[in-house]
Design a protein around this ligand. Structure first.
Ligand SMILES: Cc1cc2nc3c(=O)[nH]c(=O)nc-3n(C[C@H](O)[C@H](O)[C@H](O)COP(=O)(O)OP(=O)(O)OC[C@H]3O[C@@H](n4cnc5c(N)ncnc54)[C@H](O)[C@@H]3O)c2cc1C
Ligand code: SF4
Length: 352
């Protein structure tokens, strides 16, 4: 690991000043910031040890008062950026009101990692494309303009939707798939002020700048994630994650599905987001609309899956992801329509 300077400010203002004082604080070339925030360190420190990320100056934000989980006046919740993934997943209000989020977080990583990983850091974790981590290979995301080793290489984990010639990486987070379905809003702050970023606009597709993962400016701090009221989806949600082994593995395909089913048995509204298939959580409101007014069933679920996967392209070793994703969408919708699988069900071995 390269040597680095280290600060541990106690206030948000001091942390923002620290970042802003740096000469290249607003340079968006993602791997070359002079200075970076560090939270749980479970991704950033690995990247620094591997030489993927060079960060001569770290600002440790763990002392900032951003670890609360609080109710908001509109019936939603505000998740502090520094609340740990484990504390978030097992928080009584999250379990009761957002079982989809709770299940998605618990499908990720390991208990030890979830104890360290912060909510803000989870949003900014970088792709698990193995070429990105291997500094001996060309990678446009790590070093812009060098080429994409995955294109024409080993593509088993890679994208089937929204990719570009420049990059076919996927976003690895489970939590973010649920946040996309729940229409979360990311609250951020810099010395220039505060702003809110709707979740659909937070992560980017690669285009010709795969080195830039998100619309967050480098000098902006994530302070929290706001969840709007989702009470209509509480009774019918499911997170289905398909992976190489049952724990401690990233998704090949995952599906966050939430249904609002009326007393007449018909679907009044739906939210579906996919993980493991694109550079960002994949959501298509037009596909969700196909479910409105429908009675849950194979035929309509299949049509929704086809709409969500419209334009999907395999690259040899990941061709299997297209039928896998179709089956996963249909299955997740069936599971959700039967009723939410809670953490207690999962702990008792009755989950998916
Ligand atoms: C072996 C392993 C397996 C894993 N498996 C999974 C999995 O199955 N599913 C899954 O979803 N995840 C998985 N993860 C990823 C894990 O969830 C992330 O590493 C973690 O969420 C990152 O959070 P952190 O607080 O440790 O971030 P850090 O490593 O501290 O930071 C990550 C990035 O976010 C920036 N940052 C952090 N907080 C803020 C903030 N508040 N504002 C602005 N910038 C910030 C940092 O500068 C850095 O660039 C796995 C990780 C490992 C190591
Ligand atoms: S897919 Fe993206 S991250 Fe992977 S090698 Fe290509 S450019 Fe790099």
């Amino acid at each position: 690991m390269n040597p680095f300077a280290y600060d541990r400010p106690a206030t948000v203002e001091a942390a923002l000043q620290d970042i802003a004082a740096n000469a290249n604080a607003r340079d968006r070339t993602a791997n070359q910031h002079e200075i970076r925030f560090v939270a749980g360190g479970t991704n950033l420190l690995d990247l620094m040890k591997e030489g993927v990320t060079i960060a001569p100056h770290l600002v440790d934000i763990n002392r900032l008062p951003l670890d609360a989980i609080e109710e908001t006046p509109d019936g939603g919740l505000l998740l502090g950026a520094l609340a740990r993934n484990a504390d978030t997943a097992y928080h009584p209000l999250v379990e009761a009101r957002y079982p989809l989020l709770s299940a998605a977080i618990l499908a990720g990583a390991s208990p030890q990692l979830r104890n360290m990983a912060s909510n803000g850091g989870n949003l900014l974790q970088r792709t698990r494309c193995w070429y990105f981590y291997d500094v001996a290979t060309p990678c446009n995301k790590r070093t812009p303009g060098t080429g994409c080793s995955a294109n024409g290489g080993i593509t088993r984990q890679h994208a089937i939707l929204g990719a570009s010639e420049q990059c076919i990486a996927t976003h690895p987070s489970d939590m973010c798939v649920a946040l996309a379905a729940l229409e979360a809003v990311v609250r951020v702050e810099s010395v220039r002020g505060k702003r809110e970023i709707p979740f659909a606009e937070f992560h980017r597709l690669p285009g010709d700048r795969p080195d830039i993962d998100t619309t967050l400016e480098p000098d902006e701090l994530i302070t929290g994630i706001a969840l709007p009221d989702a009470s209509r989806f509480v009774a019918h949600s499911a997170y289905l994650k398909l992976r190489e082994r049952l724990s401690y593995a990233f998704a090949l395909v995952s599906v966050a599905a939430a249904l609002d089913i009326g007393d007449d048995g018909r679907i009044a509204g739906a939210r579906i987001a996919l993980g493991g298939v694109a550079h960002k959580p994949w959501r298509l409101p037009e596909a969700e609309q196909l479910l409105e007014g429908a009675v849950p069933g194979d035929e309509v679920f299949g049509r929704v899956a086809d709409a969500l996967l419209h334009g999907a392209v395999g690259r040899g070793a990941n061709d299997f992801k297209i039928p896998l994703a179709r089956n996963a969408i249909v299955r997740a919708l069936h599971v959700a329509s039967r009723g939410t699988v809670t953490n207690q069900d999962i702990d008792a071995g009755e989950g998916q």
